[in-house]
Design a protein. Structure first.
Length: 260
């Protein structure tokens, strides 16, 4: 009789575990909270374990921040170990993307949730907003985030860094933008509708007069001469001679363009 009872005790839990299926949703009660997770009574004769990494989409510092003994929870069966008769549970619904699912280089779509002077926070669906720094918003200089995005905008971003320990995700838009045309001088950039930093500017009915273009080219020539003087150890500040030379070159160029 004693052997039969002992056999029943060994057999019953294994039989119950086999009635569960991975991905199955079950209700349970938190029985014990530890540093690494929580044990949950799901009514099958053996408690299942929810590891701290399965308590939310983002990083959870400690289980007690999320659950407490006696609390009723909804969990999903994550894994069944029939050899060791163990049940692994999760508080994250199957199919939900988490921080652990992200990979560097992946392109994801997100929604801008907050703007700060140094960048924007973007909800990319992992339970923790990613950080899009202002330097990663464009190939050229971006003065402030609101010049590029606004709260509520849906944007495509690339994952460029993941810190699992801190639960941090760094994002970028730069690599998703079309490459900027190559230009040589500020004058050439101006003719192509770009500013010297490389950021494309669309200006309707833009017209650059010959005298404006001549001034730019004369200024470039003055810069080159200052660089040459600097290499020789001479002063390279902007002086009156430079100013007079620029004006003279500008006038000469303008006369040539007008056939004078």
């Amino acid at each position: 009789m004693g052997q039969q009872a002992e056999g029943a005790l060994n057999f019953q839990p294994r039989k119950i575990v086999r009635t569960l299926a991975v991905g199955q949703e079950v209700d349970g009660v938190i029985k014990r909270v530890t540093d690494f997770g929580a044990f949950v009574d799901i009514g099958v004769g053996r408690d299942g374990l929810v590891h701290v990494s399965e308590m939310g989409q983002g990083r959870v510092a400690k289980p007690s921040d999320v659950v407490a003994e006696g609390q009723q929870v909804k969990v999903w069966v994550k894994e069944l170990d029939r050899e060791k008769n163990r049940i692994s549970l999760s508080m994250v619904a199957p199919g939900t993307r988490t921080l652990r699912d992200l990979e560097e280089g992946a392109v994801v779509r997100g929604k801008v949730t907050r703007l700060e002077r140094y960048g924007a926070f973007v909800d990319i669906g992992v339970g923790r907003d990613g950080m899009l720094h202002v330097k990663e918003m464009g190939r050229g200089f971006v003065e402030k985030p609101e010049d590029v995005v606004n709260v509520g905008d849906e944007i495509d971003v690339q994952v460029v860094g993941i810190d699992h320990r801190r639960g941090r995700v760094d994002l970028s838009m730069k690599e998703l933008l079309p490459p900027a045309p190559e230009v040589g001088t500020p004058a050439e950039a101006l003719q192509l509708g770009m500013n010297p930093s490389g950021a494309i500017e669309v200006v309707e009915d833009q017209f650059v007069s010959p005298i404006e273009l001549a001034f730019i080219e004369a200024n470039e020539a003055s810069d080159r001469r200052r660089n040459e003087r600097r290499k020789k150890g001479r002063s390279y500040g902007y002086d009156e001679d430079d100013e007079e030379d620029i004006i003279a070159r500008t006038i000469a160029h303008h006369k040539r363009s007008q056939g004078m």
